[in-house]
Design a binder for this molecule. Sequence first.
Ligand code: SF4
Ligand code: SF4
Length: 285
Amino acid sequence: MKKEIEDAIRGFVGTSSSNRMKDSDERYFAEPIIGYADIHDPLFAEYKSIIGDFHLTPVEFLEAEYGALCPQNGTVICWILPVSMGIRRSNKKGKKVPSSEWSHMRCFGEVFNDALRKYVVALLNSRGHRTISPVLTAQWKRIVSPDIGHASTWSERHAAYAAGLGTFSLSDGLITRKGIAHRAGSVITGLVLEPTARPYQGPYDYCLKYNANACGACIKRCPAGAITENGHNKEICSQYMREVISPKVNDKYGVTISGCGLCQTKVPCERRIPAIKAEGEKIRG
Ligand code: SF4
Ligand code: SF4
């Protein structure tokens, strides 16, 4: 069944017309990577203390949707959609605001990601497996927490970490084997599948700042000063997007949300897990 699911996801990404830039043949996203976590993985309970009590477990999402018919076991299926090379390249040139291509990916690429979520939900339900996409349910809400600021009741990056797809970064992204410039997606299903082994020990293993006290390229890339040696300040980041980027580019680019992503491009983790270099060797973005 894994092969069928992966072929279906890759096929949808490869052929869907909604994964195309509006005025060119360029795709928003290249071939995805896919991972699996057990719905009972203890990490999901731990997220309540790491993120907040408001963050729901896969079981809580299933119970809210299905009540007494809730599956007892199951899987969280996660995917990473790497931003295509042309879009990443365009954003490398940005210093204060994102490129038009990046903003289109953030706005319309996420519409495609929603279509992919619905497609996977429909596929698994048609096979008799109760399945939902948490971000498309009534239980998914944005939260502003006094402890961690902007958050939500389901983090697809944290789900992807549990599913062996990557580790967190100084800039608050998820560094995967296809890099940090991506969008994530997930569904929760009653279908039981073998979980993906996590090829890392800790939550920051792939970030050079944490594992080698090197790099810090994302600090220099951020025009808002939202990233420091101590990490990413979500409030400064959101404020910059709200008060500087959106007024400058939304109308010009024809988008309702523009994103930013300057800290995800022209950095060593942009398209791969960055390698620790020998002393004196240059780290390239
Ligand atoms: S640019 Fe460097 S410090 Fe920043 S997230 Fe990537 S690897 Fe970590
Ligand atoms: S931290 Fe926020 S404002 Fe700074 S580069 Fe990244 S997305 Fe842009």
